[in-house]
Ligand binder design. Structure first.
Ligand code: FAD
Ligand code: SF4
Length: 274
């Protein structure tokens, strides 16, 4: 494997076997565990925009920088603060966070499940207490990003080297014909985010430990004028924009407890932004 350090974004050429490396906290373990293969890594950390400028956030901004910023909506700051460990927040970038893979243990252990192109969801048939309560009929994985849920609730948009899109549009539910969970094309690079100011916003997170744990359920709520938007982490294969009630959930036997937690957190979050 080779590591390239191009001098500018213009000199950058990415492809499906030539992957961008930012903080490496997700990519390096996946390469080590043989979950993905790459001939070439391209270090983009110093090439991508970094830092916060008004509503714009560079893709190379770390979670630690978000956590320490007064200039971003509270939901995003709190989602960053509650994610991972201080060391991981110091290395992990917001761009990489949005593109992290599922923590489903069957997927991480390389079971030949549907997300790996197979024809079974081992979690639905097996151990699934951390899995999804919405959109879980094909793949029951639960999206692990606190940051993504906050950005979806805040109505943030992304700029890549090819297009602009809402953060919600970065994600897709996997299907029989297309197992991907994002809409990013091979070689497409996230450059920056635009996060509109909110009149009020909050992020609440239920986790197994008080610190350094993925969301069992994360709830982000944002209010712009009279309009309130709620998005959840840890409840569906993608960050979940709540369009209706938590009671519409279709939990698996082992995830029914999450419906109650989600309902309580949504009520609290809506009260907090009222
Ligand atoms: C033990 C552990 C606990 C964690 N806990 C949490 C948690 O509680 N909540 C949470 O939200 N997250 C959690 N995370 C995830 C962590 O926040 C991410 O690993 C980190 O943010 C990824 O950023 P990175 O810069 O290291 O990405 P990298 O590892 O460098 O990249 C990740 C992926 O994104 C691609 N990529 C990176 N940047 C770009 C870009 N700009 N454009 C296109 N592709 C890009 C890479 O090619 C790779 O596929 C945890 C991670 C670990 C290891
Ligand atoms: S939940 Fe998704 S990733 Fe996990 S075993 Fe089922 S298909 Fe695979």
């Amino acid at each position: 494997m080779e590591l390239l350090r191009p001098s500018s974004l213009d000199a950058l050429e990415l492809a499906s076997d030539k992957l961008p490396l930012a903080g490496g906290t997700e990519l390096v373990p996946q390469l080590r565990d043989g979950l993905i293969e790459a001939r070439t890594l391209v270090d983009v950390l110093d090439l991508l925009p970094r830092g916060i400028d008004g509503t714009r956030i560079g893709a190379a901004t770390t979670l630690a920088e978000l956590e320490a910023s007064d200039g971003i909506p509270a939901a995003l700051r709190e989602a960053a603060r509650l994610a991972a460990s201080p060391q991981l927040r110091g290395m992990g970038t917001v761009g990489g966070n949005l593109l992290q893979s599922t923590r489903c243990w069957y997927w991480r252990l390389k079971f030949p499940c549907r997300l790996h192109g197979g024809d079974r969801c081992h979690a639905a048939e097996g151990e699934h207490r951390e899995h999804a309560i919405f959109a879980n009929d094909f793949c029951a994985s639960a999206h692990p990003s606190d940051i993504a849920a906050a950005l979806v609730a805040l109505g943030a948009t992304l700029r890549t080297d090819r297009r602009e899109l809402p953060v919600a549009g970065l994600y897709r539910l996997p299907t029989e014909d297309d197992r991907r969970t994002t809409t990013l094309d091979p070689g497409e690079l996230i450059l920056e985010l635009d996060v509109p100011e909110a009149d009020a916003s909050v992020y609440l997170k239920a986790m197994d430990r008080k610190r350094w744990a993925f969301p069992i359920v994360g709830v982000a709520a944002a209010r712009h004028g009279d309009r309130k938007t709620v998005a959840l982490a840890g409840v569906a294969p993608i960050p979940w924009l709540l369009d209706g009630s938590v009671d519409d959930a279709t939990p698996l036997p082992g995830t029914a407890y999450k419906v109650e937690i989600a309902g309580a957190l949504v009520r609290r979050a809506l009260a907090a932004v009222a």
